[in-house]
Design a protein around this ligand. Structure first.
Ligand code: SAM
Length: 331
């Protein structure tokens, strides 16, 4: 595990958000379970399922906090790699030969998923997504060629033999959250010795990574805290490889009739109280509740993702729209 902490300059909102998360860092995981009744685990599981982790995947989790999403993605990549190796051993070929090229996979996913997910998402960014999916289908073979070239290069770099293991970078602006994640990783039997896991202090609006570095980018319950969201989305596009995928998990606007009143009552009355009792910090949790209300609705956010340059943009609602998962591709 590598910890690349360094000082990141912040604006006024980032300073306030920083205080909030420094204050809750040590109780953050417990509070997540308490406040969501454990639902955040299901939402994150769905995020990882939608990502379809593959062998050799290079993944960036921004606003990664204590590593909850990053760890899940890394475990899923490792599981895919074990499966790949077993399949390779069974068929007598080298595992690198079976590696899915990221760009090819991304474009393929865009073509397949944009249509499938749109049906579930209802009247989302419909025609735009359908058109982009068609474009994705057209671009898939070219992207696939890039993917296999990448896989071949990886095999060559490996002496023509095995698979280059995937990696996950957990990036967050707050060193206290990262430190809490570092402690969790150190005491985890499977992650402690994994050199593919790193923690980097960085601002989503100006990421400290070279362009085209990652196959996929996730940000879970983080983008609503970012001051300049269009800049963060443009940065996501920049650091992704062609064919790479963006997934944004965020609290959204309740779409289910009857649920909204219940949800409002719960979040305004109960959450700050739990925050006061368990974390000793009601004000930080009051801030979290208010920031959820101010975040754009599903359609508006889908348009923001498209405006940043992503294609085949779709979303799906979870738990009646309390949370939405937005997806986009760099095509
Ligand atoms: N993704 C984690 C999860 O789902 O458990 C943590 C989510 S936590 C609610 C939000 C995180 O966003 C905090 O760790 C905070 O430090 C981080 N954050 C806020 N603004 C940020 C920015 N501009 N760049 C990077 N991270 C940021």
């Amino acid at each position: 595990i590598d910890f690349g902490f360094k000082q990141v300059p912040r604006d006024a909102k980032q300073g306030l958000v920083g205080q909030v998360f420094s204050s809750v860092a040590n109780s953050y995981d417990v509070m997540n379970d308490l406040m969501s009744g454990g639902l955040h685990r299901l939402w994150k599981d769905r995020l990882v399922e939608a990502l379809r982790p593959f062998p050799g995947q290079e993944h960036l989790d921004v606003a990664g906090g204590t590593g909850d999403v990053g760890f899940r993605v890394l475990r899923a990549i490792r599981a895919a790699e074990v499966e790949e190796r077993m399949a390779a051993a069974a068929s007598g070929r080298t595992s690198a030969g079976g590696r899915k090229g990221s760009a090819g996979q991304g474009a393929g996913q865009a073509a397949g998923l944009a249509v499938g997910e749109q049906a579930a998402a209802g009247p989302g960014p419909g025609s735009a997504a359908a058109a982009a999916a068609a474009a994705a289908a057209g671009g898939a073979s070219a992207a696939g060629a890039r993917g296999s070239a990448g896989a071949a290069a990886a095999a060559a770099g490996n002496g023509g033999g095995g698979l280059t293991p995937g990696r996950v970078v957990v990036c967050d602006i707050n060193p206290d959250m990262l430190r809490a994640g570092q402690q969790k990783a150190k005491s985890s039997s499977d992650l402690a010795g994994d050199s593919g896991l790193s923690f980097v202090e960085g601002n989503a609006e100006a990421l400290p990574f070279a362009s085209g570095s990652f196959d996929s980018y996730t940000i879970a319950f983080g983008i609503r805290n970012v001051t300049d969201r269009p800049a963060a989305l443009r940065e996501a596009l920049r650091v992704l490889k062609p064919g790479g995928r963006l997934l944004v998990l965020e609290f959204s606007h309740v779409t289910q009739p009857g649920l909204k009143e219940l949800y409002d009552a719960y979040s305004f009355a109960v959450i700050p109280r739990i925050g006061g009792l368990v974390a000793g910090d009601a004000a930080s949790y009051q801030y979290l509740v208010e920031s959820i209300r101010k975040f754009p609705d599903q359609e508006t956010f889908a348009r923001m993702i498209e405006d940043a340059g992503f294609r085949a943009v779709t979303y799906e609602n979870m738990t009646g729209g309390i949370v939405a998962l937005h997806s986009g591709f760099k095509l």
